[in-house]
Write a protein that binds this ligand. Structure first.
Ligand SMILES: Cc1cc2nc3c(=O)[nH]c(=O)nc-3n(C[C@H](O)[C@H](O)[C@H](O)COP(=O)(O)O)c2cc1C
Length: 199
């Protein structure tokens, strides 16, 4: 619980910034938005052009279906948006999925879009920045970039399936990765299957 200068109780900011970039796996971003709705957390969405391409190739969701899942939708070029400023309080930011291009932009501080600006702001404010980086295989430059981002405080969380959860569908596999990434913000989504020891 947080008190303001007048002693009034102020709630923590129950809002998360969600970036969706053009790596394979637009469904991860869509399910993050669904999860946040389930959890009652405000979502601030920013989607890259390439992500709309992967969305159309990989899912039956239209751009309108995707944006309807978010509380607030920001335009990629709108660097004057709320989420471009550190004074706008959030729980942090997740990029799901995160392309190599977006990851590299964040790592270098080149913040030419709202997505990467919001990520840079998240880092400078020392809030959690979770990057669901999706590429394979990685070359040394990718690995060095991930190391640099980790040194800056970001969390690299590639969406890799957990087979101990015995997923029965692709959606269950996706939800496990999404839920484990949301764990990093202290958000506990009911779709996560947690390890309860050997049976
Ligand atoms: C179907 C499809 C799948 C792609 N998968 C990946 C991927 O898994 N990882 C990646 O880094 N880039 C991937 N790309 C390439 C990115 O979309 C491309 O580098 C783009 O410029 C990224 O821009 P953004 O980071 O602004 O979204 C893919 C592109 C397409 C069309």
């Amino acid at each position: 619980m947080v008190h303001d200068v007048n002693g009034a109780i102020r709630n923590p900011p129950y809002r998360l910034v969600v970036g969706i970039s053009g790596a394979s796996g637009a469904i991860y971003g869509a399910r993050v938005l669904d999860a946040l709705k389930d959890l009652g957390v405000e979502s601030h969405l920013v989607v890259s052009k390439a992500a709309l391409l992967t969305l159309s190739q990989e899912t039956d969701l239209s751009p309108a279906d995707l944006t309807a899942k978010a509380t607030v939708v920001h335009k990629m070029a709108d660097v004057g948006a709320t989420i471009a400023s550190g004074s706008f309080k959030t729980l942090g930011m997740i990029v799901a999925p995160c392309s190599v291009k977006t990851m590299s932009e964040i790592a270098t501080g080149v913040t030419s879009s709202l997505l990467t600006r919001a990520a840079d702001v998240t880092l400078k404010e020392r809030r959690p920045l979770v990057l669901m980086v999706r590429e394979t295989p990685f070359h040394l430059g990718h690995l060095r970039t991930m190391t640099a981002l980790t040194e800056m405080g970001a969390i690299i969380a590639p969406p890799l399936p957990a087979f101990y959860a015995r997923p029965a569908s692709i959606l269950e596999m996706v939800d496990q990765s999404v839920g484990r990434s949301l764990d990093l913000f202290g958000l506990d989504w009911s779709a996560v299957r947690r390890w309860e020891g050997l049976k």
